[in-house]
Design a binder for this molecule. Structure first.
Ligand code: ADP
Length: 459
């Protein structure tokens, strides 16, 4: 079996790294003697000119250092102040600076240099996410000919947004060096094809094969999943239900998100406010638990969303709270997975209402955590990648608080039979297309894509 080399911005560190992506790749990494390469996590004053080994996992882990300047330009700058807002439909939040793009290019070139001595004939390389778009181009430039795949975890922007990038042609050139581009949803594959047609020289050869910048590239949809069986088990064994109920109130809606402007939290709070205004019978009968740990706090847009959501939740609570009931509990803390699983199971309604989202794994976790006999209802934004497959959720437009409030009322009153019907269809999808299915399907497609002869000219 050929050796798998996974590359991502963050290296899974800790003695027992157990994120979904790690679980997905662990088998392929273990059985092929594979390697995971990623950033060490903290910028350093004297970055080493080699990769560091981190023992303690079932596969080899190698990290690279970055100096403060590169980290700021590549990670906080180009990745999170340009690409993230752009890919989530918010080009107005981009902060374009030439030094960000330079730093972004520099880091992929540096990672390619550091990786080179570790690569062997027969390897396969799988690059994860938007921080490392240029890596294949850099590796190819250094003579690397092994298959290189890419998976984008976030949405791919359409032509109008792509055109707002400082140098959109370069993005498509970077992508043309991969053998296989993986996207979360048909929406993203469509946006990629249309943006590259308008802004670069893409020509479709079939639904999934394209000629781009003189090369042939395969592009397909692989919706990512969760480690469903582990999460189901986690929720079954979650802390005692009666105790959870006394903590959370009789009827509870839950939202679990990083505190990010793409997650639609203000719209969600407004919808809950409307629900209470138009259904006074629900006062003291339903509460909303929003768990949202802050991230990327040094980026200004994240400070703004924190202020806006704190202000809004405070206003709703001021308007409706009684002596023994707080309508919204807004908690800025991460929770251990087993506690999260128990809270999902306890919640009558799961609110997943992003304005834009690659997939949204919380939607899948919420479904996996439910009691199959008395399941809760998932309210899901049409702009989450998950909406393409999770069609038995209550699908809503997160920009419309009235529609969202109506969906909340519908979920509150839904019959047990209807809840079970929707939940069992959703659960089947979550279990069948779990994270193991995702990685094995992708890696099989990469093998196939790389077997095709690579075209070298436009002829
Ligand atoms: P994103 O990758 O944009 O953050 P996803 O919904 O795809 O969005 O993934 C979020 C992941 O982070 C989920 O696995 C979720 O359980 C986890 N998570 C989010 N908030 C918390 C929290 N407060 N405590 C623990 N885990 C959390």
């Amino acid at each position: 079996m050929s050796r798998l080399i996974a590359v991502s911005n963050r290296l899974p560190l800790g003695v027992n790294p157990s994120g979904g992506l790690v679980v997905a790749l662990e088998d392929a990494l273990k059985s092929s003697g594979g390697v995971w390469i990623g950033f060490s996590g903290e910028p350093s004053e004297y970055p080493a000119d080699h990769l560091h080994e981190h023992p303690g996992a079932a596969f080899q882990r190698l990290s690279f250092d970055l100096n403060v300047e590169d980290y700021e330009a590549y990670y906080l700058g180009y990745s999170n102040s340009i690409l993230w807002p752009l890919c989530h439909g918010r080009p107005n939040l981009m902060e374009i600076r030439p030094e960000y793009l330079e730093g972004y290019r520099r880091v992929s070139a540096r990672v390619a240099d550091l990786m080179l001595p570790h690569l062997r004939e027969g390897d396969r390389i799988w690059v994860q996410d938007y921080q490392l778009f240029p890596l294949a181009a850099e590796l190819r430039q250094r003579g690397v000919t092994v298959p290189i795949g890419y998976f984008l975890h976030i949405p791919f922007p359409g032509p109008a947004d792509c055109a707002a990038l400082p140098n959109p042609g370069e993005l498509f050139d970077w992508l043309s060096h991969y053998d296989l581009l993986g996207f979360q949803a048909q929406r993203d594959l469509g946006n990629f094809a249309e943006s590259a047609r308008q802004l670069a020289d893409l020509k479709p050869l079939s639904d999934s094969r394209f000629r781009l910048s003189g090369r042939e590239v395969q592009a397909q949809v692989f919706p990512i999943g969760i480690d469903a069986s582990a999460f189901i088990e986690e929720a079954r064994q979650a802390p005692d239900e009666d105790r959870m109920r006394s903590l959370t109130g009789a009827r509870m809606m839950i939202g679990v998100d990083r505190l990010d402007y793409s997650k639609g939290l203000p719209q969600r709070f407004r919808a809950f406010q409307l629900l209470l205004e138009s259904n006074p019978d629900l006062i003291e009968q339903i509460s909303f638990l929003q768990i949202a740990p802050p991230t990327r706090e040094s980026v200004a847009a994240y400070q703004d969303i924190r202020e806006e959501t704190e202000h809004l939740s405070g206003r709703v609570n001021g308007q409706f709270a009684t002596l023994n009931w707080t309508p919204i509990r807004f908690i800025h803390r991460p929770f251990p997975r087993n506690v999260l699983a128990g809270l999902y199971r306890q919640a009558r309604i799961g609110l997943v209402t992003p304005l834009a989202d690659g997939m949204n794994l919380v939607a899948k976790e919420y479904v996996a955590a439910q009691d199959v006999v008395d399941p809760g209802v998932l309210i899901l934004s049409r702009f989450a990648g998950a909406a393409e497959t999770m069609t038995d959720a209550l699908i809503i437009n997160p920009h419309d608080p009235h529609e969202m409030a109506e969906a909340m009322a519908e979920a509150v009153h839904m019959t047990p039979k209807e809840r079970r019907r929707r939940h069992s269809a959703l659960l089947q999808g979550v279990v069948e297309q779990d994270v193991g299915w995702w990685s094995s399907t992708y890696l099989a497609a990469l093998e196939k894509a790389a077997q095709r002869p690579v075209a070298t000219s436009d002829g």
